[in-house]
Ligand binder design. Sequence first.
Ligand code: ATP
Length: 372
Amino acid sequence: KPWEHPERHKPVVRLRGIVKRFGLFEAVSGVDLDVYRGEIFSLLGGSGCGKTTLLRMLAGLETPSEGRVEIDGEDVTELAPYDRPVNMMFQSYALFPHMNVASNVAFGLKRDGVRGTELEDRVADALAQLELTDFATRKPDQLSGGQRQRVALARAIVKRPKILLLDEPLGALDKRLRESAQYRLMKLADDTGITMIVVTHDQEEAMVLSTRAAVMDKGLIRQVGTPEALYERPGSRFVAAFLGNISLFEGVVTAIRDGIAELAVEGMDNPLFASAGDVSEGMPGAVAVRPEKVRIALEGMAPPRLVNRLQGTVEGLAYLGDVTSYRVRTRQGHLVEVTRANSENAADRDVDWDDRVEIWFEPAHAMLLGTD
Ligand code: ATP
């Protein structure tokens, strides 16, 4: 995987010191980023964090106030959109309503002077790749939302750009269609070798699609990593909370030994333990744990354990098909989310509303986070 060996592979996109100001407002505040060939890289963040602005600077639709954009080793900061080896697919798809599917897909190639059998072959290839061959003569308004999205994709790849920029590519699709579209996009990246950079606010989508993602907040990249690294080893509360549910126990770090931190929590007789993070002894911090890492049993039924064991009451319960989600209020007043797989084992389904329970988690399955 090239992104795991950055020293051996040149990035296809390289951003250095990118700042974008609109008047006095700074939408992007100093971004450095490398994206490697063949990646599906997500820019992930909430509304207004600057992800679309960053994508538009890659496309050439905005010029950075400061910094340099390199594509394939070439400085393209000042290049116009059509001079960049880049194509962008807009959330609205921007299809021409009066043209049929084949003409929509052919449009960009024709403008570049491609004619005759080459034009026909390339359009036919793109249509086949997106399973649109049977729809070639339809107009956009005779297509479903999912089919329109595929036309927009076919149009974006037919020019064989090095980089495809996708702004919320699946945003207009319903949940069921999104799933098949996600896999289609992954297959397309694999088949064509086109590097894809995707803007999304949907962490689940970023997790499914991405080789790596950058989590953005207020114009800054907070963390870059594989979905797994971002989820399992977030460097901050912001990233931890953005990527899924997490329960926090606030306290003070009293010791760090062999990569495990010990946290004193007010009202608890015993300390909590977690994988040490970027917090030193004597500093405030929080032990953070994901719902699926917390185990639960009726009081008295938990195996004998030494650490990270809490007593509480079930305050909420939701059956979600594959798992059941519990909200447990601990004696000290913490609210802890617990999910448990709904196995065939009846003993795993014995916990109910208002039950007194014990919950526990492995130190290695929890993380220590600082105060930011
Ligand atoms: P969303 O998911 O809501 O689209 P985003 O992360 O894509 O959010 P951007 O569109 O990049 O956010 O906008 C970042 C910030 O810059 C926002 O506060 C926005 O209002 C501001 N902004 C974007 N374009 C302009 C502009 N042309 N003039 C002034 N402010 C702008």
